[in-house]
Design a protein around this ligand. Structure first.
Ligand SMILES: Nc1ncnc2c1ncn2[C@@H]1O[C@H](COP(=O)(O)OP(=O)(O)OP(=O)(O)O)[C@@H](O)[C@H]1O
Length: 303
């Protein structure tokens, strides 16, 4: 596997505020990686350092083995950042041609039009006259204009309607399947889960989890086993206190609910010790709730 991005113990401080704190990341060719985290977690700052637009306070970053910001690295990357700022007094087609001219092997203009959803009529409009959604389409076309090997998208779907969002991710998956590497930031676990091969979870400048969506979800998700008890209160309490595999238990609407990492162990224990219960159910907690809880706890790590 070819390593495309290498981030080694990088920190970034703004005055006395540590925006990014000791982050290390390696990204392999052809992967789609989500930087996930709440507002202010350090995702954009990390991305700007990878792009060479901000210098780390400490640590090092390499793209394709080169310094971020170097010509060798810049010619192989494209980016769509949160702030869509386009040059005034240039028409859409002029901007696209200008960007294409920066790269040794630019993408075909018709391809850029097609994947970005820009219409023929948009090509002769001044960029500053475009709607918010159209500016984003232009920004996407510009990010792809150099046919880059590595793409950065900072919250790319904010403001897009459902159809545009679906189209965007379909195209991103095709890009990855053709060998491009994609890094995007998002606030939404669901979006990261739907699209990314790997999720890197940020909180308060730190990397708090890194794994496949399945791994991240199984770490975030607490499951529960619940049942209606058919034994006296005293016996039930005794049994609950002896149960090793549950993190905690509570009673809700006549049901006993045991929260656990391992429902198999809890079930096995219930059957082995012949608990008198009925209507056993297994449930998953809400992913969004778990994610929210994880990211509000300062410095908590699930690595
Ligand atoms: N230029 C700057 N000067 C001072 N502080 C900054 C600067 N840029 C970012 N920060 C601070 O660094 C922290 C991380 O910000 P960053 O924009 O990287 O987070 P984020 O995860 O991208 O958040 P969001 O999802 O809201 O974009 C925040 O506390 C932010 O206020």
């Amino acid at each position: 596997m070819e390593t495309i991005i290498e981030v080694n113990n990088v920190s970034k401080a703004f005055k006395d505020k540590k925006a990014v704190d000791g982050v290390s990341i390696q990204v392999e060719k052809g992967s789609i990686v989500a930087l996930l985290g709440p507002n202010g977690a350090g995702k954009t700052t990390t991305m700007l350092m990878m792009l060479g637009l901000l210098k780390p306070t400490s640590g090092s970053i390499k793209l394709f083995g080169q310094e971020p910001g170097s010509t060798a690295a810049s010619q192989r990357i494209g980016a769509m950042l949160q702030e869509v700022s386009v040059m005034d007094r240039l028409k859409v087609k002029e901007l696209i041609e200008l960007f294409r001219s920066y790269y040794p092997n630019p993408a075909d203009t018709d391809y850029l039009k097609r994947v970005s959803g820009l219409q023929d009529r948009d090509m002769n409009r001044y960029a500053e006259k475009l709607s918010g959604g159209q500016k984003r389409s232009l920004s996407y076309a510009l990010a792809l204009s150099g046919d880059p090997d590595l793409l950065f998208f900072d919250e790319p779907t904010v403001g897009l309607d459902i159809t545009a969002r679906r189209e965007f991710w379909k195209n991103v998956k095709e890009l990855a399947a053709s060998g491009k590497t994609i890094l995007f930031s998002t606030h939404y676990l669901q979006e990261a889960d739907d699209v990314a091969h790997r999720i890197i979870l940020f909180n308060q400048g730190k990397l708090v989890a890194d794994g496949t969506p399945q791994e991240i979800k199984s770490r975030l998700l607490k499951r529960s086993v619940s049942f209606i008890p058919l034994m006296p209160e005293q016996e039930l309490n005794l049994k609950l206190n002896e149960m090793d595999f549950a993190d905690n238990h509570m009673q809700v609407d006549g049901r006993v609910v045991l929260t656990t990492d391992n429902t198999d162990h809890v079930l096995e224990s219930i059957f082995r010790h012949q608990w008198k219960v009925r209507d056993i159910q297994i449930d998953s907690g809400s992913l969004d709730e778990a994610f929210e809880q994880l990211t509000v706890h300062e410095k908590e790590s699930i690595l």
